[in-house]
Design a binder for this molecule. Structure first.
Ligand code: ATP
Length: 199
């Protein structure tokens, strides 16, 4: 089994940018918690069936996919709904990530978990790489990418772990504050380091 390097960072920090670079340039396999979280509620999945059974068919769109807006309302209106959904989906997400990690064939693989600190998932990885940026950079890049309001981004930032909490679990850090900066060099250096750790 490949060595597992966990990759995390706050909203808009550059996790996807970094993971894509490892994949495109070094053919490193990626397991992405956000993708897995969507897979476990795909039409026909056990997860979606359980949610529809609990909350009724109003959580489904006409095409049978999950109505995320409705689900978000259920979660915001009642914390016990969030607890119920987390209790259902978190074990499914974890198990599916583990299955995908087992299938990795590159010398090491990246396990991308945006909410690694928040959900205490750092133990799934042998090392943790944190993509670190200032809150100002996070806000600026998320605004440019998503076209949301500054208040919305700030409230997401507030709900996430702090920069310090993420850095506290880091074995390696990529600072990504510089516009179109030195990512390629830094990633090349980390790639060499991770390969060396695999031997
Ligand atoms: P999220 O958790 O919100 O999905 P993320 O951590 O995966 O975000 P990315 O989507 O990789 O972050 O990056 C956020 C935005 O910032 C993207 O539009 C990306 O192109 C841009 N970006 C990333 N790194 C840099 C950089 N060094 N210079 C300029 N723009 C960057």
């Amino acid at each position: 089994m490949s060595k597992i390097i966990g990759l995390t960072g706050g909203i808009g920090s550059g996790k996807t940018t970094v993971a894509n670079h490892f994949h495109d340039n070094y053919h490193i396999d990626i397991v992405d918690a956000d993708i897995v979280a969507r897979e476990v509620v795909e039409p026909g999945s056990e997860g979606l069936a359980a949610i529809a059974n609990q909350f009724g068919d109003s959580v489904l769109n006409e095409d049978g996919t999950l109505n995320r807006t409705h689900l978000r309302e259920l979660v915001f209106s009642n914390p016990s709904n969030k607890q119920w959904i987390d209790n259902l989906l978190h074990p499914m997400i974890r198990q599916r990530m583990q299955q995908q990690l087992k299938m990795a064939t590159s010398p090491y693989c990246l396990l991308v978990i945006p909410l690694m600190v928040e959900n205490g998932l750092q133990s799934m990885a042998e090392r943790v790489l944190v993509v670190d940026v200032s809150p100002d950079t996070q806000i600026k890049r998320t605004l440019a990418r998503d076209g949301v309001s500054k208040q919305q981004v700030q409230s997401i930032l507030k709900a996430q772990a702090t920069r310090e909490q993420r850095l506290a679990i880091a074995d390696d850090i990529i600072n990504n504050d510089i516009e179109n900066g030195h990512l390629a060099e830094k990633i090349a250096e980390l790639h060499r380091k991770y390969l060396a750790l695999c031997h």
